[in-house]
Write a protein of this length. Structure first.
Length: 340
């Protein structure tokens, strides 16, 4: 099994991708020295996104800064089809990149199929990260995994985007993919309920080949699994070699990430994990709750009864109107509703 570090990519949500080049060199070289084999670099939007957003560093900058420091580690980048072009993956491979992580929502993974095929044709190791995996059943996810395998992907990632899954759920999803496919399996957890490390351990003990971590848990919202603690946990569980040094990782975490992390989950972050809300919809939530004069936390829960993947403004408005009338939706599994 392997721990994949995504401090640089996920940390971009915390510092708005404003990385100091010397800090990037320290992160990559220190991770490599401490025994982390897979390192994801780049901005949080992925390959090619620098053409659309005002970012401090472009893809070429990240490569020029990080590649000379990688030692024996393997370097990869994130890819999201809405922001990048397929040719960006070709460029990445030609400049020394070795793996790509292609994102897709769990309910429309076909969005990634063509990109998976192309990335594989370029000789990259291909991960497909099924974001908001909890929004579909284990069986549905396993069937999607079959399609992803047919496209040539090497690894399917179960992703707890809202940080609301529990260890037995994570293990169930991992086992389902393992049962239906020959894919490697990974797990990416968020820490809204402070379960990211426990969930990562559960995934690995259920047969996952990869689990993600970041220094000090740096990442979007409540953060990610804390890399240095996760390595120590895995060593205590005797599922990771002792040549990966958690104390070295903890030391570098203090240097590069200590002043960026707010420890613990706030009321909002706990509610996000509780109802499986994706915090990219926070602006719509706040706007609608203010407009209708309803509690945003209750509105969040109502919306997530219907759609946890891509709730529309129409759904926010409907839920808010119902709350003003003293009405609530019945609870049903979110993946069974595709109206909104």
């Amino acid at each position: 099994m392997n721990i994949l570090d995504c401090t640089i990519r996920d940390g971009g949500y915390v510092n708005n991708n404003n990385w100091d080049p010397d800090i990037l060199r320290t992160i990559v070289s220190s991770l490599s020295t401490a025994g982390i084999k897979y390192i994801e670099i780049g901005n949080n939007f992925g390959l090619g996104a620098h053409r659309l957003f005002d970012l401090a560093l472009n893809d070429n900058d990240f490569m020029n800064i990080c590649m000379p420091c990688k030692g024996n580690s393997i370097i990869g980048m994130w890819y999201w089809g809405a922001y990048g072009k397929k040719e960006d993956m070709k460029w990445f491979k030609e400049n020394g990149g070795e793996f790509v992580r292609i994102g897709a929502n769990s309910n429309n993974a076909e969005f990634a199929y063509e990109n998976i095929r192309y990335a594989k044709s370029q000789g990259l190791y291909v991960f497909c990260n099924l974001m908001k995996s909890y929004a579909i059943s284990r069986y549905q996810l396993a069937k999607v995994a079959e399609e992803i395998e047919a496209c040539g992907a090497d690894c399917l990632y179960v992703v707890d985007s809202a940080g609301g899954m529990l260890p037995d759920q994570v293990a169930g999803y991992v086992k389902a993919v393992k049962e239906f496919t020959n894919l490697h399996v990974g797990f990416h957890g968020h820490n809204n309920l402070l379960m990211a490390n426990a969930n990562s351990l559960a995934a690995l003990q259920a047969g996952a080949d990869f689990a993600d971590g970041t220094l000090r848990g740096l990442g979007r919202g409540a953060g990610n699994a804390q890399l240095e603690a996760l390595v120590a946990i895995c060593q205590k569980a005797r599922i990771m070699p002792n040549n990966c040094n958690p104390l070295e990782l903890a030391e570098v975490a203090g240097k590069v990430a200590g002043n960026l992390l707010v420890k613990g989950s706030t009321k909002r972050e706990i509610n996000v994990g509780l109802v499986n809300f994706h915090d990219s919809y926070t602006d719509i939530l706040e706007k609608t709750s203010a407009e209708y004069g309803v509690d945003p936390e209750i509105l969040m829960a109502e919306v997530c009864k219907i759609n946890v993947i891509n709730p529309s403004e129409e759904l926010f408005d409907l839920a808010a109107k119902r709350l003003k009338e003293g009405k609530k939706f019945e609870f049903v599994p979110a993946y069974s509703h595709k109206i909104y």
